[in-house]
Design a protein around this ligand. Structure first.
Ligand code: LMR
Length: 331
């Protein structure tokens, strides 16, 4: 009887310890955009690759469209461990105290995507991720969206056209300075609230790559948009550091491999997604799309480039100069 009881207890103990090997790790991946955007599709690709390769050891739950959290809340949720993975836009790291990320928002700092890639894939991109670690966050990858267009209910051909317009921005001081430089009144607002704010006139306009504008149906409530390509919007895929480092090493390696491929995929599809969205906005007939002439583009640059110097105190003069050097641009 005693022996039988002992065997039972021993078996129960084994059973209790077993699940820690067989247990499925759940990763909640929260984001604010639609599933059919560069970020939404790359998140799905990561899920598919990771789950396939981990053979039941991991489940990736994706929560798009601010379903779980809005911009600011999702960063708090990551730090608290309520979600494990995010891909916020690089313009949203300032409130975390990582002000240097706002360098990505400087108007015209990246002449091309290749120039941008030199920064994200080089020592500067790595140093940004190193800095995040002090905040309990680990950076895994940089994902593209694209260059931004400006929209409003009036044509935006010259900087003077922005005078007095209330423009929604992300929570970046550089974007705030950019809009003020144009004579507009910037208003920080969560992405999930932009459509309604445009519809009701709480703000007059905004900026975003075409993929975000189209998938949030902002084109239905904006009569004009200008393909200005004045600034870049991209993402950092981040995880809760303690969670990540607590994963079994082999699972982490599998996830890193899946992330690498999802990143290549994200950066391959982003341009086409934006081109298709711009074409769809044009085809909708709801928003008139304006392409700047070379002279107009130069006029925008002239007004916006001083933002680099104005924001040097915030993001770092040396950092801005090291970006000019890495990209070969001489602003
Ligand atoms: C925005 O808030 O405008 C964008 O950052 C949304 C996104 O994640 O692309």
């Amino acid at each position: 009887m005693r022996i039988a009881a002992f065997v039972c207890v021993a078996a129960a103990a084994t059973m209790v310890s077993l699940p820690s090997f067989a247990e499925t790790v759940t990763i909640k991946f929260s984001h604010v955009v639609a599933p059919d955007t560069p970020k939404g599709k790359a998140a799905e690709r990561f899920k598919q690759l990771a789950e396939e390769r981990a053979k039941g050891a991991v489940k990736i739950e994706i929560y798009p469209n601010s379903q779980l959290y809005k911009d600011k809340e999702e960063l708090e949720a990551l730090q608290l461990g309520a979600v494990q993975m995010l891909a916020p836009s690089l313009a949203k790291f300032g409130p975390l105290g990582a002000k240097e990320f706002e360098v990505f928002d400087l108007p015209y700092i990246f002449p091309t995507k290749d120039a941008l890639r030199k920064v994200t894939d080089g020592p500067i991109g790595k140093s940004f991720f190193d800095k995040l670690e002090t905040k309990g966050i680990k950076g895994l990858a940089y994902w593209d969206n694209g260059f931004k267009i400006m929209s409003a209910n009036k044509p935006l051909k010259t900087p003077a056209d922005f005078q007095g317009l209330k423009m929604r921005i992300q929570s970046s001081k550089v974007l705030d300075a950019q809009m003020r430089q144009l004579g507009a009144l910037p208003q920080v607002m969560a992405f999930s609230e932009v459509y309604q704010a445009l519809q009701t006139g709480v703000v007059d306009g905004t900026e975003n790559p075409p993929s975000n504008m189209h998938t949030q149906k902002m084109h239905e409530v904006q009569k004009h948009a200008t393909v200005s390509n004045h600034g870049y919007l991209g993402y950092a895929v981040i995880v809760n550091k303690a969670f990540w480092e607590g994963l079994p090493a082999d699972l982490r390696t599998t996830l890193e491999g899946a992330m690498k491929e999802a990143t290549q995929y994200a950066n391959e599809i982003a341009q086409k997604e934006n081109d298709d969205s711009l074409a769809a906005i044009k085809a909708s007939g709801k928003t008139e799309i304006y392409e700047l002439s070379e002279a107009e583009r130069q006029a925008w640059r002239k007004v916006l480039l001083p933002v680099h110097e104005e924001m040097a105190g915030r993001v770092g003069k040396e950092l801005i100069e090291s970006i000019y050097k890495a990209t070969g641009a001489s602003n």
